[in-house]
Design a protein around this ligand. Structure first.
Ligand SMILES: [Fe+2]
Ligand SMILES: [Fe+2]
Length: 260
């Protein structure tokens, strides 16, 4: 079976591209499951309940998130209610929602989707390594488990992937919005990529209009960032999973350019 994981969806352009061509993308890739990071889907920062529903209605099976998930209040309620959206598992138990969920489809093994957040150059959270161990220990034997590790540092992402090699079908990094060229299957069978990349405006700084980003660097003053215009790119990785072993047989970078 095939699992397509998509990088951070940024703003309306990213949302439109995903919702508009997901059917076509499924056909092209043969993906049985599509998992997308939605933490930047509303205005470039955060995810509103309305926009989350749009993505789910368009056929995204599970939305993973990250550090920006808490921006919209209505998402807090939706996280409690809709198990198709996860937030990083290593937040305190008091935070709404769950860090691991299951997807079921007829004729296919049950898929567990875990979300974790890194701690290097990021807001402090609980240890992602320990949280992953705890979540995976509670997993039934027959599930295919994948993880979106939302983290800044490449080393932290690689370290977690090596730590969990053989326990997951796939581990994909998100958060940097820059796709890495290192998709591969680790020796014990975990498909891996350091970062899935961006689903959003391509002529941009991480999906946002470059001007205010440049001004922030040159002046040191806070700026309002807005999603950029122009062509959109969808980026991610496609994992082929052996159903009987629950391990990856291939991992490849995936991307598609879209003119809007
Ligand atoms: Fe992001
Ligand atoms: Fe992030």
């Amino acid at each position: 079976m095939k699992i397509l994981m998509l990088g951070d969806i940024v703003g309306r352009p990213g949302r439109r591209a995903v919702t508009g061509c997901l059917k076509e993308v499924r056909e092209e890739t043969g993906a049985d499951f599509v998992i997308a990071n939605g933490e930047n889907a509303s205005g470039g920062i955060g995810l509103s309940a309305k926009n989350a529903r749009e993505l789910l209605n368009a056929g995204v099976d599970v939305i993973t998130t990250g550090n920006h998930i808490w921006k919209f209040r209505d998402m807090h309620a939706l996280l409690r209610k809709d198990s198709r959206i996860v937030r990083p598992a290593n937040y305190p138990a008091e935070a709404p929602g769950k860090g691991l969920t299951y997807i079921e489809k007829e004729g296919l093994p049950r898929v567990a989707v875990m979300n974790l957040q890194g701690r290097t150059f990021m807001h402090p959270v609980d240890c992602p390594f320990k949280a992953a161990e705890r979540e995976l220990e509670a997993l039934p034997e027959d599930v295919v488990a994948v993880c979106d590790f939302h983290a800044e540092a490449t080393g932290e992402k690689q370290a977690l992937a090596w730590h969990l090699d053989g326990k997951l079908a796939a581990l994909a990094g998100t958060h940097t919005h820059v796709q890495t060229a290192d998709a591969r299957v680790l020796p014990e069978g975990t498909g891996y990529i350091t970062d899935l990349g961006l689903c959003g405006p391509w002529n941009s700084c991480l999906g946002m209009e470059p001007g205010p980003v440049i001004t922030r660097f040159t002046s040191g003053l806070p700026q309002r960032f807005v999603p950029a215009g122009g062509p959109v790119i969808l980026q991610g990785a496609l994992f082929t999973i052996d159903q009987s072993s629950g391990k990856a047989t291939s991992a490849s970078v995936w991307s598609k350019e879209i003119r809007q």
